[in-house]
Design a protein around this ligand. Structure first.
Ligand SMILES: [Zn+2]
Length: 80
């Protein structure tokens, strides 16, 4: 087996924004478990092309993440 595999490509999923799909128009910044899905292990906000969010929800999301950091629910960056 010498065929190279492309592990970098995520499995193809629905390309629509998760929040649009759920008809969410307010992202709760007090819900770090939800927000954590949209940050990398290092605590960075996932870029839109990876998260698949639409522009308006990506904006709302990043605001929520920043607010969440402010009240220390989310880490600014991974420790260590
Ligand atoms: Zn959306």
């Amino acid at each position: 087996m010498s065929r190279p595999q492309q592990d970098a490509m995520p499995p193809r999923r629905r390309k629509t924004c998760l929040f649009c799909a759920d008809k969410v128009d307010y992202i709760d910044y007090k819900d770090p478990n939800k927000l954590r899905k949209f940050v990398t292990e290092r605590g960075k906000i996932l870029p839109r092309r990876i998260s698949g969010n639409c522009a308006s929800h990506q904006r709302t999301l990043s605001q929520a993440i920043k607010r969440s950091r402010d009240i220390a629910l989310l880490a600014y960056a991974a420790e260590g």
